[in-house]
Design a binder for this molecule. Structure first.
Ligand code: GLA
Length: 385
């Protein structure tokens, strides 16, 4: 996150006046529970110490103007013209949230316009939810300045609606839940069906562990491509198994799934059912034995995404394998897949060795050099100043 002064002066430079305040929203890593969210399943992500910041001031007319540190462009639209069809590009994230708040009950006919300036140090396209970071920072900002009083669960849905209807990515509630509900040094155990959540301390520090992110630089977009295909396979699997969603099945149903489903759909379903079980096991093992005992579950999750769900790529597989060989306790790709980042749970003292091994392996394979950094579990979205 850039320092607050530079964000305030960015706002002043674009709009010629001062911001009312700053709000921020973090990116996330998902420790485990991938593609389970839109199957009403379990996820276990945490908010990270990389954040989007929104500087915002209300206007006395109905105009919305959004600017950012990553482009010169200022996008302008009247509140009266706001719809999924009238916004596009990066501004779909903040403006999509303004629209979605209206869909969730805010009276947009009665609110004032705003100027907003956005800065972020969540890498874009790295699978760390740079978009949810912007959405959640904007959602908490508008909730406050428009006096909406929405609770966080509603704001999660607001971010998801912006993503689904305005950005056009058929994603679940994982990213926005982590960004809004995250807490320092803890992960969010979330049941995506009941929306019940529990914040569980990670204890990485006490165990001498770090979570290393390996951004493969292979970019992905969930508005196009394989993400929607995987979602469709899950829906087909549920329908053929006679249930409303895959959450209604457990690993005990796998033999029946194998006899009812075609080979590929069976593997897709097997990933979801085993991944839900791995989330439950992760929470239990973390509580009983601490974070040092999580490696095998992370590894099994990666194998399932690589072989059954088929959402990994060669760069992610290489990152995971190499990190493990160099001393990580466990590693897996994180996020929607088809690129983005891997995470490696690594003893503090071995971080340099793991980084070196991964960098060397990528060079040897002729892959683009990855970006690597340690993340900490951080607080969720809120007001900064
Ligand atoms: C992306 C989506 C989430 C979730 C993950 C996969 O991050 O935005 O809703 O489906 O992929 O777990």
């Amino acid at each position: 996150m850039s320092d607050q002064q530079s964000i305030l002066s960015g706002f002043r430079g674009r709009f010629g006046r001062d911001a009312d305040a700053l709000w921020s929203g973090p990116g996330r890593v998902n420790l485990i529970g991938e593609h389970t969210d839109y199957n009403d399943g379990f996820v276990f992500p945490f908010a990270i110490n990389r954040r989007a910041v929104v500087a915002l001031a209300l206007r006395d007319d109905r105009m919305l103007r959004v600017a950012s540190s990553f482009t010169e462009e200022i996008v302008e639209i009247s509140l009266d013209d706001l719809s999924p069809e009238t916004v596009s590009g990066w501004s779909a994230y903040p403006l999509g949230v303004a629209w979605a708040l209206g869909q969730k009950g805010a009276d947009l006919a009665a609110v004032a316009g705003f100027d907003a300036y956005i800065d972020s140090d969540v890498p874009i396209g790295a699978g760390l939810s740079s978009s949810a970071a912007i959405e959640c920072a904007t959602a908490v900002a508008l909730d406050e300045v428009w006096n909406l009083g929405f609770d966080k669960q509603v704001l999660v849905r607001v971010g998801q609606l912006a993503e689904n209807k305005v950005v056009g990515a058929p994603t679940g509630i994982l990213d926005q839940s982590a960004s809004l509900l995250g807490q320092t040094d803890a992960a969010v155990f979330l049941d995506c069906r009941s929306f019940e959540s529990e914040v569980i301390p990670l204890g990485f520090d006490a165990a001498g562990l770090e979570l290393l992110v390996i951004d493969t630089k292979v970019s992905h977009a969930h508005a196009t491509g394989g993400y929607a295909d995987r979602r469709a396979s899950c829906e087909t699997g549920a329908r053929l198994m006679g249930v409303a969603s895959l959450r209604d099945l457990t690993v005990a149903d796998l033999p029946r799934a194998e006899s009812v489903l075609d080979e590929e759909t069976h593997r897709r379903v097997r990933h979801i059912l085993t991944e839900n079980q791995r989330v439950l096991d992760t929470v239990r093992v973390l509580r009983e034995d601490g974070p040092g005992a999580l490696g095998a579950l992370l590894d099994a999750s990666h194998a399932s995404m690589r072989d059954d769900f088929e959402i990994s790529v060669a760069e992610l597989d290489l990152a995971v394998e190499t990190a493990r060989t160099a001393g990580a306790l466990g590693a897996r790709m994180t996020g929607g897949g088809f690129g983005g980042s891997a995470i490696a749970l690594t003893p503090h003292a071995l971080i340099p060795a793991v980084q070196q091994a991964v960098a060397d392996a990528f060079t040897a394979a002729g892959f683009t050099a990855p970006d690597m950094f340690v993340v900490r579990a951080a607080a969720g979205a809120g007001r900064l100043s």
